[in-house]
Ligand binder design. Structure first.
Ligand SMILES: *Cc1c(COP(=O)(O)O)cnc(C)c1O
Length: 527
């Protein structure tokens, strides 16, 4: 038996604390309520079989010389219904935004309108090739130009680099532009530090380190914001940039943001803003007005393109006047009688720091994001921010009597942050609580992040949940919180009891990952 990591198959009885549910007999086959157990595709019986009938090749392959394959290709073969069922069964073991609220804080998991999907599948966007002559893809280039216009208008920034493929990739883009700007001024050698607040998303320090900077932590105040005095004491001629998330990862607006950017510029450094939380302020606040020099926008968060499971995302970076010349190629220009990609240094990209990816970036995400923007309009986008903030405050208000809000004073922005103070004395941890949520049919919130809050539970409902859906979620949270306080420990300790996968030994899986399927000894499955 092999699985992706060293834990049992879904139905393997576990040595965790049993409760009434766990003691129910395992099924005979490993199936569970109309969902059959599903082996890995390599563990099936389909070796040497094929679901398609291909004509014999016309050549003997002699033109390929030594490259001709002599052994079977080594892929499992499935008929169409078998392939279909394999993937549908796997998909049913997963959670999806189309099933229920996905309250992950810091991630903005919102509904993806079907209109976006329809637009992205238009042949003029989906069936084109990045190497096609530009004269044949004018519509696609115009779409990129329109998207750039919306992004620069919404952020109040003069330029945008569309090609980064995720938020983290956008951070890389921003810091590379910052490094290029310091190099152009001859200050790169002296500016080796990047300041990052303690509450930052892990990608911020990771990106700074990846670009070769030394990461210096900035402290946080009691009320969950950047400690401006600490920041000021660390700024100086050796600092290249600060990376600040706003609204921050505690779900709070940095109210000293103007002072933060003023101090940063005074020290000759640049202000990189992590824009992952743009959903909370879109249409209400323009980061350009706050003195931001570079900011990525996760299209897959704020502008509703699908994400989760690793992609595909898109992380365009808006840039200030100072950084715009260093933006990576390519970009689109409107020449007056058509659209053109600026791709090479000898075009107008002399100072570009290079490219971040082959071709132009995630075209399908661009289409979805623009579709979302245009269907909302400017007023609708403003309402996105307002409703997202209202929904988070509703959750905070309805749960604060049972659970402890990390920053109880005043409203939050788009996410409600609780700590584990309220679980003290129950022997139940944030992790136990989250696993019990799965049994009740709810995907857990973000746990243990940000690190500055003990046992953090970060809940982001987004604007796309109705009051009825929020009430369902709140009711489940309240019932669980009451059970925790009443000492119903077994409900939590071994959870989840009802999910396809029982609780994983996450430490062991991380320490001894098995990332590849290895053919079992003595297997007769053809190579
Ligand atoms: C999601 C997120 C990122 C990283 O974005 P990806 O698109 O996942 O690479 C960075 N910072 C914050 C605050 C985030 O929430």
């Amino acid at each position: 038996m092999s699985t992706m990591n060293n834990v049992g198959r879904p139905t393997t009885p576990q040595a965790t604390t049993p409760n009434a549910v766990a003691e129910k007999p395992a099924t005979l086959t490993g199936g569970r309520g109309l969902l059959q157990d599903e082996p890995l595709i390599f563990e099936g019986e389909g070796w040497g079989k094929t679901g398609v009938d291909l004509p014999a090749p016309k050549t003997d392959g002699s033109d390929l010389g030594d490259l001709v394959r002599r052994d079977p290709i080594g892929l499992p073969g499935l008929s169409e219904p078998e392939a279909m069922r394999h993937y549908v069964r796997l998909s049913q073991k997963n959670h999806a935004i189309d099933l229920a609220i996905y309250p992950l804080g810091s991630c903005t998991m919102k509904h993806n309108p079907r209109l976006n999907e329809k637009m992205a599948r238009l042949a003029g966007f989906s069936d084109i090739h990045p190497l096609q002559p530009q004269s044949t893809v004018q519509g696609a280039l115009e779409l990129m130009d329109s998207l750039s216009h919306w992004l620069t208008t919404l952020t109040g920034m003069p330029a945008v680099a569309l090609s980064p493929k995720a938020g983290a990739h956008g951070e890389l883009c921003g810091l590379m532009a910052i490094r290029a700007a310091h190099e152009a001024k001859g200050e790169h050698e002296q500016r080796r530090k990047v300041l990052v607040p303690t509450s930052a998303h892990g990608t911020n320090p990771a990106t700074a380190a990846f670009v070769g900077y030394t990461v210096v932590e900035v402290a946080q105040t009691e009320d969950g914001r950047v400690d401006v005095a600490d920041l000021a004491s660390k700024l100086g001629p050796d600092v290249a940039a600060i990376m600040v998330t706003n609204p921050n990862t505690c779900g709070l607006f940095e109210r000293d943001i103007m002072e933060i950017s003023r101090l940063t510029h005074e020290a000759g450094a640049y202000f990189y803003c992590d824009g992952a939380n743009f959903n909370a302020i879109v249409g209400r606040v323009r980061p350009g007005d706050l003195g931001v020099d570079a900011m990525h926008i996760n299209l897959h968060k704020t502008f509703s393109t699908p994400h989760g499971g690793g992609g595909p995302g898109a992380g365009p970076v808006v840039l200030s006047e100072a950084l715009a010349p260093f933006a990576p190629a390519p970009w689109v220009v409107n020449t007056g009688d058509g659209f053109k990609l600026v791709e090479r240094e000898e075009d107008e990209a002399a100072q570009a720091f290079g490219r971040l990816c082959a071709f132009q970036g995630q075209m399908g995400m661009y289409v979805r994001a623009l579709s979302y923007m245009m269907s909302h309009g400017a007023d609708g986008l403003r309402q996105v921010a307002e409703d997202a903030v209202l929904n988070a405050n509703y959750i905070k208000a309805r749960l604060s009597d049972l659970m402890s809000a990390a920053f109880p004073d005043g409203p939050c922005m788009h996410e409600a942050l609780f700590d584990d103070e309220w679980l003290k004395g129950t022997d139940i941890t944030t992790l136990d609580f989250a696993k019990a949520m799965i049994d009740e049919g709810f995907h857990p919130m973000t746990m243990y992040f940000p690190l500055v809050v003990h046992g953090a539970m970060l809940i982001e409902p987004t604007e796309t949940e109705s009051k009825a859906e929020l009430d369902r979620f709140i009711e489940a949270m309240r019932l669980l919180a009451q059970a925790a306080k009443a000492g119903d420990v077994d409900r939590f300790k071994g959870a989840p009891f009802h999910a396809p996968m029982r609780r994983l030994d996450e430490t062991r899986a991380a320490r001894q990952p098995r990332l590849r399927w290895i053919k079992p000894e003595g297997s007769n499955q053809a190579a």
